[in-house]
Design a protein around this ligand. Structure first.
Ligand SMILES: [Zn+2]
Length: 371
């Protein structure tokens, strides 16, 4: 835990003869704080207890969260309880990128998420395919078979997910290091990904894609272990650009800007791809438990927004959304919530960007009716 502001003042209570000095310190701190506020980067107060949180300063859609497959209803209840505390206007649940079997009794995908959330209209949305389409892509990469039979099965399943009421496809993976799921790699221009882009464009729904940035073939970064990761990583940015260019009407959301596991998801790379591809959007994620490379905030997960990131946000105001990657239910410790950390960034944005990143861009991408 980082020290709380009020803890740093405790000594002042017994100041006695040191009262004047204490007052001087307080006045100096107030002056510094006023100055920081004028500069626009004063931090929002941190939570002071496990139950206290800092809500978003403007309503926001969290477009990327996950549920516990072992207890979906309890997870939904937790999210429901947190929405007013977070100032979340809507929460979207994604099927986790699994390689579960296609057997309906094993799989965890849009059917379960939709049935758990349909009682709460206007609160939640669902993206599907993480538990099935993703598994089919992994299987096709492994077998080398992306022939007509595989393509038909894939297309049928994708159409089915949208027919059920999913808002898009996710969480899809093209380069994903193991977490609760195994290591996953697929070329982003694999025939099934290109087909998914066409299906997404036809229905005007987005694809949510997890792809760690690997500009060229490279050894595994030293902070990652092999196994379970492979010793070398495949170049993937050129293939990603071929996917983006394949169907410019397909909206593709690149997950996890601000949480870079290879060192190459820089503001410069984000800028180049946003400039080159008008159908590319990016989700912002910060993880206070796992600060990775190229974080948008000074000191990793605390401090003001770095100028190069703020400039990127200002230059592409219509292309960023909030996708915290929060898991519900949340780990029960203070200071560990991903939604909270990205909200602390969000609250520092200028007001016009807050309204776009919070609700405007998400309403456009997912066709949400948000007042
Ligand atoms: Zn992800």
């Amino acid at each position: 835990m980082r020290p709380q502001a009020h803890q740093r003042f405790v000594g002042g209570k017994q100041a006695g003869a040191k009262g004047l000095a204490f007052l001087f310190i307080v006045a100096s701190l107030a002056a510094v704080l006023a100055c920081c506020t004028r500069l626009g980067w004063a931090r929002q107060p941190r939570q002071t207890a496990a139950s206290e949180v800092t809500p978003a300063a403007y309503p926001f859609v969290d477009v990327h969260t996950h549920l516990d497959p072992a207890d979906i209803d309890a997870s939904v209840q937790t999210a429901l309880r947190m929405m007013p505390k977070e100032n979340a206007a809507r929460i979207l649940f994604l099927a986790s990128p699994s390689t579960f079997s296609m057997d309906p009794k094993d799989r965890f995908d849009s059917e379960l998420l939709l049935s758990a959330t349909k009682k709460y209209p206007g609160k939640f949305g669902v993206l599907g395919g993480g538990g099935t389409l993703n598994a089919m892509i992994q299987e096709a990469v492994g077998s080398g078979d992306a022939g007509p039979a595989v393509q038909k099965k894939f297309k049928d399943r994708a159409e089915d997910i949208i027919r059920q009421g999913a808002l898009g496809f996710g969480e899809m993976t093209a380069e994903h290091f193991p977490t609760s799921t195994p290591y996953q790699y697929a070329p982003a221009d694999h025939p099934l990904f290109l087909m998914l882009a066409d299906i997404a464009a036809a229905h005007d729904v987005p694809i949510d894609l997890h792809i760690e940035a690997v500009p060229q073939d490279m050894p595994l970064p030293s902070h990652l272990k092999s196994p379970p990761n492979p010793p070398r990583l495949h170049a993937n940015i050129a293939a990603f650009e071929r996917l983006l260019a394949h169907n410019p009407r397909a909206k593709i959301i690149w997950d996890h800007a601000g949480w870079d596991n290879t060192g190459f998801r820089t503001p410069e790379l984000c800028r180049r791809l946003l400039q080159a591809h008008a159908n590319l959007y990016m989700e912002l994620k910060l993880d206070p438990q796992d600060v990775e490379m190229n974080p948008p905030l000074v000191n990793g997960a605390s401090g003001p927004i770095k100028p190069e990131w703020l400039k990127l946000f200002e230059d592409f105001p219509d292309r960023f959304i909030i996708g915290s990657d929060q898991h519900y239910p949340m780990p029960n410790q203070p200071g560990t919530q991903r939604w909270q950390e990205v909200v602390l960034l969000f609250n520092q944005l200028p007001a016009d960007l807050r309204s776009k990143f919070g609700t405007g861009n998400a309403a456009h991408i997912y066709h949400l009716d948000i007042k």
